[in-house]
Design a protein around this ligand. Structure first.
Ligand code: CA
Ligand code: CA
Length: 176
């Protein structure tokens, strides 16, 4: 009886203390992991909404443009002679293959056609295709249908990284 009392009075044993430290430690690690995951998720959603926005900027820019050049009609694909930059583009197929990138200062562009400041890392890639009027997933030869599909792939290169990552793909249809 006497000896038990003495043991109790000693307080925590080494093992108990070690266990308590371990429990605390594990709790802290779990908190840090959770916080990191939260920050990463937050960053990801910020990036993906920026990407969506950049896709929509191109969409707005081209909204009122015809599928074919107002002067040359559907004879030529791509930008016509003298149309050298986005400021000259006046029909949808002018945008086929266009790349607006932070790398060369050509992008990413806004709905006004001008590069947006402070958007390092971002690139918009545009492709324009004719699709089957009755099966919009099927790409057909240029001029062979009444429906054009414009796709903007938005990529982001994180600081310190070399490879760009696709963050959004915005596509829409435009009748000719
Ligand atoms: Ca044109
Ligand atoms: Ca054109």
């Amino acid at each position: 009886m006497h000896s038990t009392r003495v043991r109790r009075a000693r307080g925590f044993t080494l093992i108990e203390a070690a266990l308590a430290t371990m429990v605390l430690g594990t709790g802290m690690v779990a908190m840090i992991v959770a916080q990191r995951a939260f920050i990463a998720q937050n960053e990801w959603s910020t990036l993906s909404s920026a990407a969506q926005r950049l896709g929509n900027e191109v969409r707005e820019l081209t909204m009122r443009m015809p599928a074919n050049d107002p002067v040359t009609g559907d004879d030529a694909w791509g930008s016509e002679t003298g149309e050298e930059s986005v400021a000259d583009f006046d029909d949808l197929d002018d945008f086929d293959g266009a790349v607006f990138s932070w790398l060369d200062g050509s992008g990413p562009i806004s709905a006004l056609g001008a590069p947006i400041d402070d958007m390092d890392g971002w690139t918009q890639r545009v492709s324009v295709e004719f699709v089957n009027d009755f099966d919009l997933t099927e790409v057909v030869a240029a001029g062979a249908s009444g429906m054009v599909r414009v796709t903007v792939v938005v990529e982001f290169t994180a600081p310190g990284e070399e490879d760009a990552r696709e963050m959004a793909r915005v596509a829409w249809l435009a009748p000719r």
